[in-house]
Every structure is written in structure tokens, then in C-alpha cells.
Design a protein around this ligand. Structure first.
Ligand SMILES: Nc1ncnc2c1ncn2[C@@H]1O[C@H](COP(=O)(O)OP(=O)(O)OP(=O)(O)O)[C@@H](O)[C@H]1O
Ligand SMILES: Nc1nc2c(ncn2[C@@H]2O[C@H](COP(=O)(O)O)[C@@H](O)[C@H]2O)c(=O)[nH]1
Length: 392
């Protein structure tokens, strides 16, 4: 198996020497990886954000920058190191749909973030049971009709798609609502939140700051919907470099003149702003053809025809049954549980030997700063393969 051991915090108490006050709540686990030990739990302590790292070479404790949405209360859990880069956490005393979490400690994403923050960094990612579909990034110049196409999709398939509500420092338009169309925010606040690692991507667009918070994407995934992001080309580039594994669609106008016509007809910008957006559109249209960035180019000439082509790209049409897939069975995990690993399967032992649940990681996708998707969970019984030990 080759996994580094997980041991209880009792094993390390008293081993630190730099005066750091390790307030233990008794719910923590400690996982060793190389010369570091990750102590997880005790989320009530605001100074640690629930994760502390012991550098065993120096004896020093480090409080890392913690990215992603963390589990609400971590008062009892089991941990297991996976692939030498992330720690699987199964919350005890919880429903299985809420119990699977990953703390990434040395993935590519974490290595990149460490360079950015110049600190230790870890990132939470919630495990989503079932086959969640890939998010959709829609980019294109201002006025091309991205919002119009997204609105059509959301209206026709309200249970299937969810919109990632971005943050922006621009002022709301007349009919725009805070937290529905955007999270309208002050630049200073947004800059602080960017520094705190709350954003999946951000960019200066047409003189304002725009960004997708990690939470905006998580909220949609948690509602069991496929996330749609309406972001500019710079943002698309950042998401491409992340672990979100989205589909990238670039929307073009049939001509530059038509783009200008639409932007003016919308009547939401001043002449100066229109000029700025048109100047930026030229550069964006060139970048739309950047090799390897967009998976599909969609010309928005006739709206109806373009919308049909969008649905084809997404593999949906009226004939397709779009009812949500049957959810995996939900288990109630008890207070006491333990974990073991067999190949790509995690055995969650919930008490007596026959009470086990299998967490199948073989189709695992995504990861921090988004959700870890494609997990499967089922009851394990060595004889009948059907006896469910944990309550369901
Ligand atoms: N195919 C089309 N033919 C004619 N008009 C269109 C078409 N698609 C969208 N429009 C109109 O063009 C205008 C701009 O569309 P929309 O607001 O959706 O653009 P957008 O790409 O979301 O812009 P922004 O990036 O600035 O938010 C709107 O008034 C919309 O009704
Ligand atoms: N990089 C990001 N770009 C974003 C985001 N949200 C919106 N946008 C893009 O900004 C322009 C202008 O939008 P408008 O609402 O002011 O007309 C447009 O191209 C959007 O796609 C974001 O979160 N990140």
C-alpha cells in the first residue's frame, strides 16, 4: 500500500519547542508526510483554521494558508494519506453525503500556491459522491450575447445548470441585483479576499476587477447542478490552469459591426465605456483563437440557431432525459470509524467487521480549489456483497 502512517495527536503532544500554543480539542488527527505532520481538526480555534503543520526537522509549528471551503465542524473524523499529496478525511457522526473531504497538501495546485503565497498552503476540497458533470466556461467579447445564451439555458434547464455568481467592483446596472447577477463589492474588500486565497480566478476587465470565488462554484456543485461561468479570456486562462476541468467555449460575433450594434442597443454603457469595451474586444477576439485555450468556438449570428449549437456542444437536446441521475445511497456514519485502503478503494469500517462501506476513488476527478468529483460509495459485504453495515 505504501501509505505513510496516520496516528493520533497524543503521539506528538509535547514534541514542539518554539512556544507555539497547540490548543488541542481532542478531535484532531495527525498525518505524517515526509518531515511534516499535518494536524487536522479543532476548527473552533480561529488562529489555526483547523490545520497546523509540525516541521519535524526544525520542531517548529506552522499555521498554513488554508484555501477552499472547509468542513463546517470537524469534531471527530478519520484521516488517511493518499498518493503522498492529499489527505482523505471522513467525518464521523454524519451523513455520507457530507462526510468525504480532501485536504490537499502537496498536489500541483498546492505547489503553485506555495510559490504565490510564499507560505505553507493547504486546500480543502469536498468529495462529491456520484458523477458530477464538468463545469462550463463561457467567454467572449462584451456584447456578444454570452449572458443571453446563459439565460436561455438556465430558463430551459433550471434544475440542471447553476450560474457562478462572480464578484465585481463595477456599479450595478439598473436591473441588476446584488448576489444574483454579481456580488457587487468594494475594490479594497475584493483585494483583501483575493489575498486570502478566496478566488479561483480574477482579472481587471474594462477598468474594473472581476473574479470567481471558490465558493461561487462550490455552491452550484453542492446543489447538484452543472456550473456555468461567464468570464473574460484572462479568467478562462486562469481556470484552464486550475484543476476545475471545465469545458471552454468562446462566443464570437458574426462581425465587429454587429458587436458594436448590440453593445449600443443594450444601452447599459456610456459612450466612453462602449469605446473601451470595443477596443478590448479586438484583443479578446484574437485571443479566442489561442491554441489549447477553448474547446469550442460558437458564432452567435442567429440567436436561436446559436443556442441550438450550444446545446449540442453540451450534449443536451429536448429528446435527452435531463432528470437528475439517481443519487448514490446515503449512509449514516457512526461516531467511531476507521479507514483502510485497498488499491483504489477505501474501506470505511463502521463498527463490527461486517459493517463496512466502500469509497471507490477510481473515477476521482477535479480537486482543490473546486470539488473532488466522481466518487462512488456502496455497502461492502464479503459474502453477499449487499449487507449494509452502516445505517442507510
Ligand atoms: N444573436 C443575437 N442577435 C441579436 N442580438 C443579440 C443576439 N444575442 C444577444 N443579443 C443582444 O445583444 C446584447 C448583448 O448581449 P449580452 O448582454 O447577452 O452580451 P454579453 O456577452 O453577456 O455582454 P457582457 O460581457 O458585457 O456582459 C443584448 O441586448 C442582447 O439582447
Ligand atoms: N475574469 C472574469 N471575468 C468576468 C467575471 N464576471 C464577468 N466577467 C467578464 O467581464 C466582462 C464584463 O462584464 P459586464 O457584466 O460588466 O458586462 C464580460 O466579458 C464578462 O465575461 C469573472 O468573475 N471573472
Amino acid at each position: 500500500m505504501g501509505e505513510a502512517p496516520v496516528f493520533f495527536v497524543d503521539d506528538i503532544q509535547g514534541s514542539f519547542s518554539n512556544g507555539f500554543d497547540l490548543k488541542l480539542a481532542g478531535f484532531e488527527t495527525a498525518t505524517a508526510l515526509g518531515n511534516k505532520t499535518y494536524v487536522i481538526g479543532g476548527n473552533d480555534d480561529p488562529t489555526s483554521n483547523g490545520v497546523r503543520i509540525l516541521n519535524k526537522s526544525t520542531g517548529e509549528w506552522v499555521i498554513p494558508t488554508v484555501l477552499g471551503t472547509k468542513p463546517k465542524a470537524l469534531k471527530g473524523h478519520s484521516s488517511l494519506l493518499l498518493n503522498q499529496d492529499k489527505i482523505l478525511i471522513i467525518k464521523s457522526n454524519s451523513k455520507s453525503s457530507e462526510s468525504v473531504w480532501f485536504l490537499e497538501v502537496d498536489t500541483q495546485f498546492i505547489q503553485d500556491q506555495k510559490k504565490k503565497f510564499d507560505t505553507e498552503v493547504v486546500a480543502w476540497s469536498k468529495g462529491v459522491i456520484g458523477d458530477a458533470e464538468r463545469p462550463i466556461v463561457i467567454s467572449g467579447p462584451s456584447g456578444v450575447g454570452k449572458g443571453t445564451l446563459i439565460n436561455l439555458l438556465m430558463k430551459e434547464f433550471p434544475t440542471k445548470f447553476g450560474f457562478s455568481v462572480s464578484h465585481t467592483t463595477r456599479a450595478p446596472r439598473e436591473k441588476e441585483q446584488d448576489r444574483v447577477h454579481y456580488h457587487f463589492t468594494k475594490r479594497s474588500v475584493m483585494e483583501e479576499e483575493i489575498k486570502a486565497g478566496k478566488f479561483l480566478e480574477f482579472a481587471a476587465v474594462h477598468g474594473n476587477l472581476y473574479g470567481t470565488s471558490i465558493e461561487a462554484v462550490d455552491v452550484v456543485a453542492d446543489a447538484g447542478k452543472r456550473c456555468i461561468l461567464d468570464i473574460d479570456v484572462q479568467g478562462a486562462r486562469s481556470v484552464r490552469a486550475s484543476s476545475l476541468e471545465a469545458i471552454f467555449i468562446f462566443v464570437c460575433p458574426p462581425s465587429f459591426e454587429e458587436l458594436e450594434k448590440r453593445l449600443r442597443a443594450r444601452g447599459t454603457e456610456t459612450e466612453e465605456q462602449i469605446q473601451k469595451r470595443l477596443r478590448n474586444a479586438k484583443a479578446e477576439l484574437e485571443q479566442g483563437n489561442s491554441p489549447g485555450l477553448f474547446d469550442h468556438i460558437l458564432v452567435n449570428d442567429d440567436l436561436e440557431a446559436c443556442y441550438e449549437r450550444l446545446k449540442n456542444i453540451l450534449g443536451i437536446s429536448e429528446s435527452v432525459n435531463i432528470a437528475p441521475k439517481t443519487p448514490n445511497k446515503v449512509f449514516d456514519f457512526p461516531v467511531d470509524l476507521s479507514l483502510s485502503k485497498i488499491n483504489e478503494n477505501i474501506l470505511i469500517n463502521c463498527g463490527p467487521a461486517e459493517q463496512r462501506v466502500v469509497l471507490d476513488l477510481s473515477s476521482m476527478k477535479g480537486g482543490a480549489p473546486g470539488r473532488t468529483r466522481g466518487l462512488n460509495m456502496y455497502a461492502f459485504d464479503p459474502i453477499t456483497e449487499g449487507t449494509n453495515g452502516c445505517n442507510s
